[in-house]
Design a protein around this ligand. Structure first.
Ligand code: ATP
Ligand code: MG
Length: 406
């Protein structure tokens, strides 16, 4: 008997080549997620993908699949020879295992389908025989046709029987890599990692870019941003982390721009640099963690003024979300505890007491005249440091390490 996981794809509204890309990328991402189990193989059949466990631990594999975007649902499946009496004993064993895993199962039914219509027994007979056998083996289980706790599905195929259980909900979304590239503006806060996660969920491959202003910002703040990046890698494999030296720009702004416009112009500089890097990394969009009205830089007036430096699409997955909903996602992807570690961000260090919430483009232009915009952008971009961050990275920074440094 071969133990498998049967996978149902997510949205497959696309056809032809796109569908092929979707499936190939999903297969690659699953393979990568399971790379420490080289015995696992993947095979495609019609509209399903099968993962052959070949002895890999089911629970661990299931857990990892929970992080792969593009999996709509999956079910445990077992391939067995077309031997009617073996079907009865195999099914009994498998149901017993299911009951051990989930003692709340109180009812069941058998649902048979045939892709080989020449088989000796028809579906009703198989349902009746196997249902009877299971009812006898598990007297506490009730047979229930409508909404049973467990459905035992049998598919009679030309070469074998395939037995499977109920569909389990997957994470959904599109496989990472099917929607082109973007840069993620990743601070150390709560929002941007969540924004990154949601962008990845729509198939976008990210490069994380982080503005650091040493010595005003600490090495720990930088490590925290890398640790957050690592959390994101669990959902799509390695991510390039780009550290952008931002001190010179921030000092220049501080020197030449009045306090009220400091924030707006700083953000515009970040956006200009982000756009250069976007181009360098073959991205088609910039992703950030802004949400309307959350802080002064996120009023619509501010967004408009900051956005005006580029026509590149800026994707703001959190734009209409409430903070509590954002926090719930941060907790579910395990970034929240890291994000709330108190390290100063480049923006908070230089934050004026009362930033303009309604900046004017003509005033901005006037103050930006005082800056060597292109020079600042070019030097920042020329001096980036890039690190490829992997899941489970050896030198990963743990939450506890931060506590020690406080
Ligand atoms: P976050 O929780 O993501 O830091 P926030 O609510 O604190 O967001 P801001 O600090 O105003 O909001 O930042 C808005 C967005 O700008 C962030 O979500 C992030 O995308 C980007 N950003 C802010 N600081 C940095 C930084 N140091 N490096 C890269 N991007 C940044
Ligand atoms: Mg922040």
């Amino acid at each position: 008997m071969k133990e498998k996981i049967m996978i149902r794809y997510g949205e497959l509204s696309t056809k032809g080549k796109n569908k092929k890309d979707f499936i190939n990328t999903l297969g690659r991402n699953i393979k990568q997620q399971l790379e420490d189990y080289p015995q696992v193989t993947i095979q495609r059949e019609y509209d399903f993908m099968f993962i052959n466990l070949n002895g890999a631990p089911l629970e661990e594999v299931e857990m990892r699949l929970g992080n792969v975007f593009g999996i709509q649902s999956y079910s445990l499946a077992y391939e067995m020879p077309r031997d009617y009496s073996a079907l009865m004993t195999n099914a009994t064993k498998l149901v017993e295992k299911e009951l051990e895993k989930n003692p709340s199962i109180k009812s069941f039914k058998v649902a048979t389908s045939r892709s080989d219509h020449d088989y000796d027994y028809d579906t009703n007979t198989i349902n009746r025989d196997l249902g009877g056998q299971l009812a006898e083996s598990f007297p506490n289980l009730q047979v229930k046709m409508k909404q049973p706790d467990l459905t035992v599905r049998v598919k009679v195929r030309k070469q074998d029987f395939l037995l499977s259980f109920d569909w389990i909900q997957g994470i959904g979304g599109l496989p990472v890599g099917t929607s082109q590239n973007a840069v993620l503006m990743l601070s150390g806060g709560i929002d941007s990692p969540v924004a990154g996660y949601l962008a990845m969920k729509r198939g976008i491959r990210l490069t994380a870019i982080h503005f650091a202003s040493p010595p005003y910002t600490s090495p720990q703040a930088l490590e925290k941003a890398k640790a957050l990046t690592e959390k994101l890698t669990y959902f799509g494999g390695w991510i390039n982390f780009v550290e952008i030296p931002f001190t010179e720009t921030q000092e220049a702004i501080k020197e030449h721009v009045p306090a009220a416009y400091l924030m707006t112009i700083t953000r515009r500089m970040m956006m200009r640099i982000a756009d250069q890097l976007r181009q360098q990394y073959n991205g088609l969009a910039i992703v950030n963690g802004e949400s309307i009205g959350q802080v002064a830089s996120q009023t619509l007036e501010s967004m408009y003024a900051i956005n005006a430096v580029t026509s590149t699409p800026i994707i703001r997955p959190l734009v209409t979300m409430d903070k509590l909903d954002i926090i719930a996602i941060a907790e579910s992807i395990n970034t929240f505890d890291l994000s709330i570690q108190p390290f100063e961000d480049c923006c908070t260090v230089f934050a004026p007491p009362s930033p303009k919430t309604k900046p004017r483009l003509d005033d901005i232009a006037y103050y930006e005249e005082r800056l060597d915009i292109n020079g600042l952008v070019d030097r920042a971009v020329a001096n980036i440091k890039v690190e490829k961050i992997y899941p489970n990275s050896k030198n990963k920074v743990q939450t506890e390490d931060f506590a020690d440094l406080l």
